[in-house]
Design a binder for this molecule. Structure first.
Ligand code: FAD
Ligand code: GLY
Length: 355
């Protein structure tokens, strides 16, 4: 195994694996180091929504980037399948934001009109039309704002597909390898020190999710714990993803439904709590009453990596040469993984050409 690379990526979540994949496509010599196993942290806790329009207001700084990332998944899913044979289970059936109360319907109708005026493909569905499309929803719904282009994937398969494709394209990947510090001289980062070895590289990329501040203390990460659960149903209950307030139901292959998610800032454990599950199950039953007869599959928790500003750090460190940041994707790391990998690879390529 060599000890000098073009790029070392710290962290094998969806972000680190996407970057490894994109850098390998540019023939870079890449080493990815993961302290546990690939995709074992936030990236496997996600529901997998590609909710660019559902998650962001049109004036949000991430809105355009999020849409670009979401729209790239049609091509990406084929590209990854062709390279590694993993199907990321892309489902492009939209996301419905539901209203139950009249005042909620008024707000969502106004939002539909505003977004429509801005040329977006969103629409307001009255209850009768909504129930034709999604007949298992509660008859008490008053309507929904429909984000037709939002989609979803399997987050576990996406991370695995980036990882396997990067490996096939030449990346070296070491699991159970914890980076303990950056190698630095005169404000220039030149490599990393792990518990066992030292590796050198032209660029080091921090993609450690909520643990990024352990590597680079200027990154002040805020942990936001989320809990989810899943059910098996006897028949398909939903085609699109549905969301009401802070509860969403994401229909997966083979009649599975993911229900998420709680949101508890400043909590660092992944425990599944009685109150978390109870809250989600009550809401899920309100949205799709038939779910109360579904079989429980499993429950899990994960830590969303949030920055103080709420905007991820994607790009060069402002003061340290050779250090690149790709962290803080908070609620949208699956959605933003595609564009983050591309941006970092393009950034490194432009550095080569400008030097
Ligand atoms: P992680 O997946 O946490 O990966 C970081 C990796 O770095 C870990 O594997 C860790 O072991 C490794 N690491 C840390 N320190 C070191 C070190 N010193 N040395 C080596 N390795 C190290 N996003 C969406 O887009 N759509 C959704 O529907 C969605 N739903 C979510 C639901 C829940 C309940 C949660 C918790 C999150 C959800 N998210 C969703 C957010 C998404 O999961 C995260 O934004 C994304 O997974 C972050 O990816 P990451 O690679 O930055 O972090
Ligand atoms: N994006 C959904 C969540 O973080 O729960």
């Amino acid at each position: 195994m060599r000890t000098t690379y073009d790029a070392i990526i710290i962290g094998g979540g969806v972000i680190g694996c996407s970057i490894a994949y994109e850098l390998c496509k540019q023939n870079k010599r890449v080493l990815l180091l993961e302290k546990e196993t690939i995709g074992s942290k936030a990236s496997s806790a996600a529901a997998g929504m590609l909710g660019a329009e559902m998650e962001f207001e049109t004036n949000h700084p991430l809105y355009t980037l999020a849409k670009e990332s979401r729209d790239s998944f049609s091509f990406l899913s084929k590209e990854l399948f062709d390279i590694c044979g993993i199907d990321i289970e892309l489902i492009q059936k939209g996301i419905y934001e539901l209203a139950f109360k009249e005042e909620e319907a008024v707000d969502l109708k106004r939002e539909a009109a505003e977004r429509h005026d801005q040329g977006e493909e969103v629409s307001w569905l009255e209850a009768n039309n909504l129930l034709i499309k999604e007949p298992s929803l509660s008859p008490l719904v008053t309507g929904a704002l429909y984000f037709a282009k939002d989609a979803q994937v399997s987050p576990v398969k996406l991370t695995r597909a980036f990882y396997h494709s990067a490996k096939i394209l030449g990346a070296e990947i070491k699991e159970h390898t914890k980076v303990v510090q950056l190698l630095q001289s005169n404000n220039k980062v030149t490599g990393v020190v792990t518990t066992e070895e030292t590796f050198h590289a032209d660029s080091v990329i921090v993609a450690c999710g909520v643990w990024s501040s352990d590597i680079e203390p200027s990154l002040k990460m805020v942990p936001v714990k989320g809990e989810c659960l899943s059910f098996n149903t006897k028949r398909s209950l939903l085609t699109g993803t549905v969301k009401y307030k802070n509860c969403y139901l994401v229909p997966k292959r083979e009649n599975r439904i993911f229900v998420g998610a709680t949101s508890t800032p400043h909590v660092f454990d992944e425990d599944v709590t009685f109150s978390g599950l109870f809250e989600l199950m009550e809401k899920a039953k309100q949205i799709v009453p038939e779910l109360s007869g579904a079989s429980f599959e499993k429950a899990w928790g994960g830590i969303r990596p949030q920055t103080l500003s709420g905007i991820p750090n994607i790009g060069r460190h402002p003061h340290k040469e050779g250090l690149i940041l790709a962290t803080g994707h908070y609620r949208n790391g699956i959605l933003l993984s595609a564009i983050t990998g591309k941006k970092i690879a393009d950034y490194m390529e432009s550095e080569v050409h400008s030097s």
